[in-house]
Design a protein around this ligand. Structure first.
Ligand code: UD1
Length: 418
Protein backbone atom coordinates (compact mmCIF):
# COMPACT_ATOMS: atom_id res chain seq x y z
CA UNK A 1 0.00 0.00 0.00
CA UNK A 2 1.16 3.54 -0.75
CA UNK A 3 0.32 6.79 0.96
CA UNK A 4 0.98 10.38 -0.06
CA UNK A 5 2.40 12.81 2.47
CA UNK A 6 1.77 16.51 1.86
CA UNK A 7 3.29 19.42 3.75
CA UNK A 8 0.68 22.01 2.83
CA UNK A 9 0.54 25.77 2.66
CA UNK A 10 2.72 26.31 -0.43
CA UNK A 11 1.43 28.20 -3.45
CA UNK A 12 1.44 26.15 -6.65
CA UNK A 13 3.44 27.97 -9.32
CA UNK A 14 4.67 26.87 -12.72
CA UNK A 15 3.85 25.00 -15.90
CA UNK A 16 2.91 21.36 -16.50
CA UNK A 17 1.61 19.26 -19.38
CA UNK A 18 -1.86 17.75 -19.17
CA UNK A 19 -2.13 14.03 -19.96
CA UNK A 20 -4.44 12.29 -22.39
CA UNK A 21 -7.98 11.64 -21.25
CA UNK A 22 -8.50 8.36 -19.40
CA UNK A 23 -12.22 8.36 -20.12
CA UNK A 24 -11.64 8.92 -23.85
CA UNK A 25 -8.87 6.30 -24.05
CA UNK A 26 -10.91 3.45 -22.50
CA UNK A 27 -13.65 3.20 -25.18
CA UNK A 28 -11.09 3.93 -27.94
CA UNK A 29 -9.03 0.92 -26.85
CA UNK A 30 -12.25 -1.16 -26.78
CA UNK A 31 -12.91 -0.08 -30.39
CA UNK A 32 -9.88 -2.17 -31.44
CA UNK A 33 -12.08 -5.26 -30.89
CA UNK A 34 -14.09 -4.23 -33.97
CA UNK A 35 -11.25 -5.02 -36.38
CA UNK A 36 -8.40 -7.43 -37.15
CA UNK A 37 -6.22 -4.59 -38.37
CA UNK A 38 -3.59 -2.77 -36.30
CA UNK A 39 -4.84 0.05 -34.04
CA UNK A 40 -2.56 2.67 -32.56
CA UNK A 41 -3.57 5.14 -29.85
CA UNK A 42 -1.28 8.00 -28.85
CA UNK A 43 -1.41 10.35 -25.85
CA UNK A 44 -2.69 7.46 -23.73
CA UNK A 45 -2.07 8.17 -20.03
CA UNK A 46 -0.06 5.67 -18.03
CA UNK A 47 -2.72 4.70 -15.47
CA UNK A 48 -3.99 1.65 -13.64
CA UNK A 49 -7.28 1.70 -15.63
CA UNK A 50 -5.36 1.56 -18.90
CA UNK A 51 -3.46 -1.45 -17.50
CA UNK A 52 -6.78 -3.13 -16.70
CA UNK A 53 -8.08 -2.44 -20.23
CA UNK A 54 -4.90 -3.84 -21.76
CA UNK A 55 -5.22 -6.99 -19.61
CA UNK A 56 -8.84 -7.36 -20.74
CA UNK A 57 -7.94 -6.96 -24.44
CA UNK A 58 -5.17 -9.55 -24.04
CA UNK A 59 -7.57 -11.93 -22.28
CA UNK A 60 -10.06 -11.52 -25.14
CA UNK A 61 -7.39 -12.31 -27.75
CA UNK A 62 -5.43 -9.20 -28.75
CA UNK A 63 -1.70 -8.62 -28.75
CA UNK A 64 -1.00 -5.32 -27.01
CA UNK A 65 2.25 -3.41 -27.09
CA UNK A 66 2.64 -0.57 -24.59
CA UNK A 67 5.16 2.18 -25.19
CA UNK A 68 5.32 5.45 -23.25
CA UNK A 69 1.89 7.03 -23.77
CA UNK A 70 1.21 4.82 -26.77
CA UNK A 71 -0.75 1.58 -27.13
CA UNK A 72 -0.54 -0.60 -30.26
CA UNK A 73 -3.10 -3.38 -30.61
CA UNK A 74 -2.92 -6.17 -33.17
CA UNK A 75 -4.59 -9.57 -33.60
CA UNK A 76 -3.18 -12.46 -31.60
CA UNK A 77 -5.45 -15.46 -31.10
CA UNK A 78 -7.45 -16.90 -34.02
CA UNK A 79 -10.77 -16.40 -32.24
CA UNK A 80 -11.72 -13.65 -29.83
CA UNK A 81 -13.09 -14.77 -26.47
CA UNK A 82 -16.64 -13.62 -25.78
CA UNK A 83 -16.19 -13.24 -22.02
CA UNK A 84 -15.11 -10.41 -19.71
CA UNK A 85 -14.41 -12.11 -16.37
CA UNK A 86 -15.28 -10.88 -12.88
CA UNK A 87 -11.66 -10.27 -11.92
CA UNK A 88 -11.21 -7.55 -14.54
CA UNK A 89 -14.69 -6.00 -14.49
CA UNK A 90 -14.53 -5.69 -10.70
CA UNK A 91 -11.38 -3.58 -11.01
CA UNK A 92 -12.91 -1.20 -13.51
CA UNK A 93 -16.56 -0.69 -14.41
CA UNK A 94 -15.65 0.63 -17.87
CA UNK A 95 -14.80 -3.03 -18.74
CA UNK A 96 -18.47 -3.29 -19.77
CA UNK A 97 -17.48 -1.29 -22.88
CA UNK A 98 -16.29 -4.53 -24.51
CA UNK A 99 -19.94 -5.63 -24.73
CA UNK A 100 -20.81 -3.48 -27.74
CA UNK A 101 -17.89 -4.48 -29.97
CA UNK A 102 -17.92 -8.19 -29.01
CA UNK A 103 -21.67 -8.43 -29.55
CA UNK A 104 -21.29 -6.79 -32.96
CA UNK A 105 -18.43 -9.08 -34.01
CA UNK A 106 -19.27 -12.40 -32.41
CA UNK A 107 -23.04 -12.20 -31.91
CA UNK A 108 -22.51 -13.25 -28.32
CA UNK A 109 -20.92 -11.71 -25.21
CA UNK A 110 -20.83 -12.58 -21.53
CA UNK A 111 -19.71 -9.92 -19.07
CA UNK A 112 -19.54 -10.07 -15.31
CA UNK A 113 -22.11 -7.66 -13.86
CA UNK A 114 -20.17 -4.68 -12.55
CA UNK A 115 -22.28 -4.14 -9.43
CA UNK A 116 -22.32 -0.89 -7.50
CA UNK A 117 -19.32 1.10 -6.41
CA UNK A 118 -18.55 3.62 -3.70
CA UNK A 119 -20.27 6.51 -5.52
CA UNK A 120 -23.54 4.76 -6.35
CA UNK A 121 -25.47 1.77 -7.68
CA UNK A 122 -24.42 2.42 -11.31
CA UNK A 123 -26.66 -0.04 -13.17
CA UNK A 124 -26.24 -0.84 -16.90
CA UNK A 125 -29.92 -1.07 -17.81
CA UNK A 126 -29.65 1.71 -20.43
CA UNK A 127 -26.88 -0.21 -22.24
CA UNK A 128 -28.93 -3.43 -22.15
CA UNK A 129 -32.20 -1.78 -23.28
CA UNK A 130 -30.29 -0.38 -26.26
CA UNK A 131 -28.91 -3.80 -27.22
CA UNK A 132 -32.35 -5.35 -26.92
CA UNK A 133 -33.83 -2.65 -29.22
CA UNK A 134 -31.23 -3.84 -31.76
CA UNK A 135 -32.61 -7.37 -31.53
CA UNK A 136 -30.40 -8.87 -28.82
CA UNK A 137 -31.58 -11.28 -26.15
CA UNK A 138 -30.42 -10.66 -22.61
CA UNK A 139 -30.00 -13.18 -19.82
CA UNK A 140 -28.74 -12.66 -16.30
CA UNK A 141 -27.31 -15.58 -14.35
CA UNK A 142 -24.49 -16.38 -11.95
CA UNK A 143 -23.43 -12.73 -11.68
CA UNK A 144 -22.96 -12.51 -15.44
CA UNK A 145 -25.02 -10.83 -18.15
CA UNK A 146 -25.18 -12.66 -21.45
CA UNK A 147 -26.21 -10.84 -24.60
CA UNK A 148 -26.89 -12.69 -27.85
CA UNK A 149 -27.90 -11.57 -31.33
CA UNK A 150 -27.45 -13.62 -34.52
CA UNK A 151 -27.57 -10.32 -36.34
CA UNK A 152 -27.72 -6.85 -34.81
CA UNK A 153 -30.21 -4.64 -36.62
CA UNK A 154 -30.18 -0.87 -36.63
CA UNK A 155 -32.88 0.70 -34.46
CA UNK A 156 -34.19 3.93 -33.01
CA UNK A 157 -33.00 4.00 -29.41
CA UNK A 158 -34.23 6.65 -26.99
CA UNK A 159 -32.23 6.78 -23.77
CA UNK A 160 -34.13 7.56 -20.56
CA UNK A 161 -30.95 9.36 -19.41
CA UNK A 162 -27.90 10.47 -21.45
CA UNK A 163 -25.50 7.88 -20.02
CA UNK A 164 -21.90 8.29 -21.20
CA UNK A 165 -21.09 4.58 -21.06
CA UNK A 166 -24.35 3.53 -22.75
CA UNK A 167 -23.80 6.02 -25.59
CA UNK A 168 -20.29 4.59 -26.11
CA UNK A 169 -21.41 0.96 -25.91
CA UNK A 170 -24.24 1.52 -28.39
CA UNK A 171 -21.94 3.39 -30.77
CA UNK A 172 -19.50 0.48 -30.57
CA UNK A 173 -22.28 -2.02 -31.35
CA UNK A 174 -24.21 -0.13 -34.01
CA UNK A 175 -21.27 0.64 -36.32
CA UNK A 176 -21.35 -3.00 -37.51
CA UNK A 177 -25.15 -3.47 -37.31
CA UNK A 178 -27.38 -3.96 -40.31
CA UNK A 179 -28.92 -0.64 -41.38
CA UNK A 180 -29.28 2.70 -39.65
CA UNK A 181 -29.37 3.36 -35.90
CA UNK A 182 -30.47 6.58 -34.24
CA UNK A 183 -29.55 7.25 -30.62
CA UNK A 184 -31.71 9.94 -29.05
CA UNK A 185 -30.96 11.68 -25.75
CA UNK A 186 -27.33 10.59 -26.23
CA UNK A 187 -24.54 11.88 -23.98
CA UNK A 188 -22.65 14.83 -25.50
CA UNK A 189 -19.31 14.63 -23.67
CA UNK A 190 -16.08 15.38 -25.64
CA UNK A 191 -15.08 11.73 -25.04
CA UNK A 192 -18.07 10.65 -27.16
CA UNK A 193 -16.88 12.85 -30.03
CA UNK A 194 -13.37 11.42 -29.73
CA UNK A 195 -14.70 7.85 -29.90
CA UNK A 196 -16.87 8.69 -32.93
CA UNK A 197 -13.82 10.27 -34.63
CA UNK A 198 -11.88 7.03 -34.13
CA UNK A 199 -14.76 4.88 -35.38
CA UNK A 200 -15.14 7.08 -38.47
CA UNK A 201 -11.38 6.72 -39.10
CA UNK A 202 -11.98 2.94 -39.02
CA UNK A 203 -14.62 3.32 -41.73
CA UNK A 204 -17.79 3.77 -39.67
CA UNK A 205 -20.53 6.17 -40.71
CA UNK A 206 -21.46 8.27 -37.69
CA UNK A 207 -22.86 11.79 -37.71
CA UNK A 208 -24.05 13.99 -34.86
CA UNK A 209 -21.65 12.86 -32.10
CA UNK A 210 -21.52 15.65 -29.53
CA UNK A 211 -25.22 16.35 -30.08
CA UNK A 212 -28.25 14.72 -28.48
CA UNK A 213 -29.16 12.74 -31.61
CA UNK A 214 -26.52 10.53 -33.19
CA UNK A 215 -27.01 8.77 -36.54
CA UNK A 216 -25.05 5.64 -37.33
CA UNK A 217 -25.18 3.76 -40.61
CA UNK A 218 -23.92 0.23 -40.08
CA UNK A 219 -21.09 -1.03 -42.34
CA UNK A 220 -19.86 -4.60 -43.03
CA UNK A 221 -16.26 -4.27 -41.95
CA UNK A 222 -13.98 -1.84 -40.14
CA UNK A 223 -10.24 -1.18 -40.50
CA UNK A 224 -7.55 -0.10 -38.03
CA UNK A 225 -6.85 3.41 -36.73
CA UNK A 226 -4.11 5.76 -35.64
CA UNK A 227 -5.34 8.40 -33.23
CA UNK A 228 -4.18 10.89 -30.64
CA UNK A 229 -6.46 10.85 -27.59
CA UNK A 230 -7.89 14.23 -26.49
CA UNK A 231 -6.52 15.94 -23.35
CA UNK A 232 -7.99 15.08 -19.95
CA UNK A 233 -10.52 17.78 -19.01
CA UNK A 234 -10.94 16.50 -15.47
CA UNK A 235 -7.19 16.57 -14.82
CA UNK A 236 -7.11 20.11 -16.29
CA UNK A 237 -9.87 21.29 -13.95
CA UNK A 238 -8.22 19.59 -10.97
CA UNK A 239 -4.95 21.55 -11.41
CA UNK A 240 -6.79 24.85 -11.99
CA UNK A 241 -8.63 24.33 -8.72
CA UNK A 242 -5.39 23.35 -6.95
CA UNK A 243 -3.85 26.65 -8.11
CA UNK A 244 -6.89 28.59 -6.88
CA UNK A 245 -6.95 26.96 -3.45
CA UNK A 246 -3.22 27.57 -2.85
CA UNK A 247 -3.40 31.19 -4.15
CA UNK A 248 -0.91 30.26 -6.86
CA UNK A 249 -0.44 30.60 -10.60
CA UNK A 250 -0.26 27.69 -13.06
CA UNK A 251 -0.08 27.23 -16.81
CA UNK A 252 -1.41 23.94 -18.18
CA UNK A 253 -0.12 22.92 -21.60
CA UNK A 254 -1.45 20.51 -24.20
CA UNK A 255 -5.05 20.86 -23.10
CA UNK A 256 -8.33 22.16 -24.49
CA UNK A 257 -10.10 24.72 -22.33
CA UNK A 258 -13.25 24.59 -24.48
CA UNK A 259 -14.01 21.22 -22.78
CA UNK A 260 -14.38 22.89 -19.38
CA UNK A 261 -16.35 26.06 -20.11
CA UNK A 262 -18.77 25.52 -17.21
CA UNK A 263 -15.86 25.24 -14.76
CA UNK A 264 -13.97 28.21 -16.19
CA UNK A 265 -17.13 30.33 -15.86
CA UNK A 266 -17.39 29.45 -12.16
CA UNK A 267 -13.68 30.06 -11.52
CA UNK A 268 -13.91 33.47 -13.19
CA UNK A 269 -17.06 34.36 -11.21
CA UNK A 270 -15.19 33.35 -8.05
CA UNK A 271 -12.49 35.88 -8.96
CA UNK A 272 -9.67 33.77 -10.43
CA UNK A 273 -7.80 35.27 -13.40
CA UNK A 274 -7.97 32.84 -16.34
CA UNK A 275 -6.11 33.12 -19.65
CA UNK A 276 -6.94 30.71 -22.47
CA UNK A 277 -4.98 29.88 -25.61
CA UNK A 278 -5.52 27.34 -28.38
CA UNK A 279 -3.84 24.53 -26.42
CA UNK A 280 -3.24 25.92 -22.95
CA UNK A 281 -5.01 27.51 -20.01
CA UNK A 282 -3.52 29.53 -17.13
CA UNK A 283 -5.00 30.42 -13.77
CA UNK A 284 -3.70 33.11 -11.45
CA UNK A 285 -4.95 33.99 -7.99
CA UNK A 286 -5.01 37.78 -7.59
CA UNK A 287 -7.65 38.47 -4.93
CA UNK A 288 -9.81 36.73 -2.33
CA UNK A 289 -12.32 34.44 -4.01
CA UNK A 290 -16.09 34.68 -3.62
CA UNK A 291 -18.27 31.62 -2.91
CA UNK A 292 -20.09 30.06 -5.88
CA UNK A 293 -22.89 27.51 -5.88
CA UNK A 294 -22.74 24.64 -8.33
CA UNK A 295 -25.07 21.92 -9.54
CA UNK A 296 -23.56 18.95 -11.35
CA UNK A 297 -25.23 17.69 -14.52
CA UNK A 298 -24.41 16.07 -17.84
CA UNK A 299 -22.12 17.84 -20.33
CA UNK A 300 -21.87 20.72 -21.09
CA UNK A 301 -22.88 21.55 -17.49
CA UNK A 302 -20.62 21.29 -14.44
CA UNK A 303 -19.18 17.73 -14.37
CA UNK A 304 -19.78 15.43 -11.42
CA UNK A 305 -16.13 14.39 -11.76
CA UNK A 306 -15.08 17.87 -10.53
CA UNK A 307 -17.66 18.18 -7.74
CA UNK A 308 -15.36 16.91 -4.96
CA UNK A 309 -12.45 19.15 -6.01
CA UNK A 310 -14.81 22.16 -6.10
CA UNK A 311 -15.91 21.34 -2.57
CA UNK A 312 -12.28 21.42 -1.38
CA UNK A 313 -11.95 24.89 -2.93
CA UNK A 314 -15.19 26.30 -1.52
CA UNK A 315 -14.32 24.88 1.92
CA UNK A 316 -11.65 27.60 2.04
CA UNK A 317 -13.60 30.48 0.50
CA UNK A 318 -15.12 32.52 3.36
CA UNK A 319 -18.92 32.76 3.04
CA UNK A 320 -21.67 30.31 2.32
CA UNK A 321 -22.22 28.19 -0.79
CA UNK A 322 -23.77 24.89 -1.78
CA UNK A 323 -23.08 22.02 -4.14
CA UNK A 324 -25.90 19.96 -5.60
CA UNK A 325 -25.05 16.52 -7.03
CA UNK A 326 -27.56 15.28 -9.62
CA UNK A 327 -25.60 12.57 -11.48
CA UNK A 328 -24.69 10.05 -8.77
CA UNK A 329 -26.72 9.35 -5.64
CA UNK A 330 -23.89 8.81 -3.18
CA UNK A 331 -21.02 10.99 -4.25
CA UNK A 332 -20.27 12.77 -0.97
CA UNK A 333 -17.82 10.30 0.57
CA UNK A 334 -15.14 13.03 0.68
CA UNK A 335 -17.28 15.16 3.03
CA UNK A 336 -16.31 13.29 6.19
CA UNK A 337 -12.61 13.38 5.28
CA UNK A 338 -12.67 17.12 4.46
CA UNK A 339 -14.35 17.67 7.83
CA UNK A 340 -11.40 15.93 9.47
CA UNK A 341 -9.21 18.70 8.05
CA UNK A 342 -11.52 21.34 9.56
CA UNK A 343 -13.99 22.03 6.72
CA UNK A 344 -17.47 23.18 7.74
CA UNK A 345 -19.81 21.06 5.59
CA UNK A 346 -23.34 19.76 6.08
CA UNK A 347 -25.04 17.16 3.89
CA UNK A 348 -28.71 17.94 3.15
CA UNK A 349 -30.05 15.27 0.77
CA UNK A 350 -28.39 15.79 -2.61
CA UNK A 351 -26.80 19.05 -1.43
CA UNK A 352 -23.82 19.95 0.67
CA UNK A 353 -23.93 23.31 2.42
CA UNK A 354 -20.48 24.81 2.76
CA UNK A 355 -19.40 27.45 5.21
CA UNK A 356 -15.99 28.56 4.05
CA UNK A 357 -13.35 28.58 6.81
CA UNK A 358 -10.10 30.57 7.01
CA UNK A 359 -7.83 27.56 7.25
CA UNK A 360 -7.68 23.78 7.21
CA UNK A 361 -5.15 21.80 9.20
CA UNK A 362 -3.41 18.62 8.13
CA UNK A 363 -4.54 15.19 9.37
CA UNK A 364 -4.52 11.55 8.20
CA UNK A 365 -7.34 11.07 5.66
CA UNK A 366 -8.53 8.21 3.49
CA UNK A 367 -9.49 8.16 -0.20
CA UNK A 368 -12.83 6.49 -1.08
CA UNK A 369 -12.83 6.96 -4.87
CA UNK A 370 -10.82 8.62 -7.63
CA UNK A 371 -12.18 12.17 -7.63
CA UNK A 372 -12.69 12.24 -3.86
CA UNK A 373 -8.97 11.50 -3.74
CA UNK A 374 -8.22 14.53 -5.91
CA UNK A 375 -10.27 16.68 -3.54
CA UNK A 376 -8.31 15.41 -0.53
CA UNK A 377 -4.99 16.12 -2.25
CA UNK A 378 -6.17 19.67 -3.07
CA UNK A 379 -7.29 20.21 0.52
CA UNK A 380 -3.98 18.83 1.80
CA UNK A 381 -2.04 21.25 -0.43
CA UNK A 382 -3.86 24.16 1.17
CA UNK A 383 -3.97 22.86 4.76
CA UNK A 384 -1.42 23.91 7.32
CA UNK A 385 0.97 21.18 8.50
CA UNK A 386 1.16 17.55 7.41
CA UNK A 387 -1.59 15.62 5.65
CA UNK A 388 -1.29 11.88 5.11
CA UNK A 389 -3.49 10.59 2.31
CA UNK A 390 -4.20 6.85 2.54
CA UNK A 391 -5.52 4.43 -0.14
CA UNK A 392 -3.94 6.38 -2.99
CA UNK A 393 -4.46 3.44 -5.39
CA UNK A 394 -7.75 5.16 -6.28
CA UNK A 395 -5.74 8.17 -7.51
CA UNK A 396 -3.49 5.93 -9.62
CA UNK A 397 -6.56 5.04 -11.67
CA UNK A 398 -6.90 8.56 -12.99
CA UNK A 399 -4.00 10.96 -12.35
CA UNK A 400 -0.82 10.34 -14.32
CA UNK A 401 2.43 11.29 -12.53
CA UNK A 402 0.47 13.06 -9.80
CA UNK A 403 3.31 13.69 -7.32
CA UNK A 404 5.81 14.57 -10.08
CA UNK A 405 3.43 17.16 -11.54
CA UNK A 406 2.64 18.64 -8.13
CA UNK A 407 6.33 18.79 -7.21
CA UNK A 408 7.06 20.54 -10.52
CA UNK A 409 4.54 23.17 -9.37
CA UNK A 410 6.40 23.54 -6.08
CA UNK A 411 4.33 21.36 -3.76
CA UNK A 412 5.99 19.37 -0.95
CA UNK A 413 4.55 15.96 -1.76
CA UNK A 414 5.98 12.48 -1.53
CA UNK A 415 4.72 8.92 -1.78
CA UNK A 416 5.77 6.20 0.60
CA UNK A 417 5.03 2.50 0.55
CA UNK A 418 4.14 0.87 3.84
C1 UD1 B 1 -18.67 8.09 -17.06
C2 UD1 B 1 -17.27 8.42 -16.58
C3 UD1 B 1 -17.30 8.88 -15.12
C4 UD1 B 1 -18.30 10.02 -14.94
C5 UD1 B 1 -19.66 9.67 -15.53
C6 UD1 B 1 -20.64 10.84 -15.52
C7 UD1 B 1 -15.92 6.89 -17.88
C8 UD1 B 1 -15.04 5.69 -17.90
N1 UD1 B 1 -16.45 7.22 -16.71
O1 UD1 B 1 -19.12 7.01 -16.26
O2 UD1 B 1 -15.99 9.30 -14.76
O3 UD1 B 1 -18.46 10.30 -13.57
O4 UD1 B 1 -19.50 9.24 -16.89
O5 UD1 B 1 -20.10 11.92 -16.19
O6 UD1 B 1 -16.09 7.56 -18.88
N2 UD1 B 1 -27.00 4.98 -15.19
C9 UD1 B 1 -28.11 4.15 -15.12
N3 UD1 B 1 -28.21 3.10 -16.01
C10 UD1 B 1 -27.26 2.86 -16.96
C11 UD1 B 1 -26.13 3.72 -17.03
C12 UD1 B 1 -26.04 4.77 -16.13
O7 UD1 B 1 -28.99 4.34 -14.27
O8 UD1 B 1 -27.41 1.91 -17.75
C13 UD1 B 1 -26.86 6.09 -14.23
C14 UD1 B 1 -25.63 5.91 -13.32
O9 UD1 B 1 -25.92 5.08 -12.21
C15 UD1 B 1 -25.33 7.33 -12.94
C16 UD1 B 1 -25.71 8.13 -14.20
O10 UD1 B 1 -26.59 7.29 -14.95
O11 UD1 B 1 -26.12 7.75 -11.86
C17 UD1 B 1 -24.52 8.51 -15.06
O12 UD1 B 1 -23.84 7.37 -15.49
P1 UD1 B 1 -23.02 7.29 -16.85
O13 UD1 B 1 -23.19 8.54 -17.63
O14 UD1 B 1 -23.37 6.00 -17.51
O15 UD1 B 1 -21.54 7.21 -16.30
P2 UD1 B 1 -20.42 6.18 -16.70
O16 UD1 B 1 -20.39 5.97 -18.17
O17 UD1 B 1 -20.49 4.99 -15.80
Amino acid sequence: MDKIIIHGGRKLNGTIRISGSKNAALPILAASLLTDEVCEADNVPDLADIGTTVALLEFIGKKVERRPNKVIISPDKQRLSDTAPYDLVRKMRASVLVMGPLLARLGHVKVSLPGGCAIGARPIDIHLDGFSKMGAEIELSGGYVEVKAKELSGARIVFRYPSVGATENLLLASVLAKGPTIIENAAREPEIIDLADVLNKMGAKITGAGQSTIHIHGVDKLGGFKHEVIPDRIETATYLIAAAVTKGSVKLLHTNSSFIKAIVRKLVSAGLKITEGPDYISAKWTKNLKPQNIRTAVYPDFPTDVQAQWMALMALVPGSSYIEETVFENRFLHVGELQRLGADLRIRGSRVIINGVKRLSGAPIMVSDLRAGAALIIAGLAAGGKTEVLRVYHLDRGYEKLEQKLRKLGARVRRISY
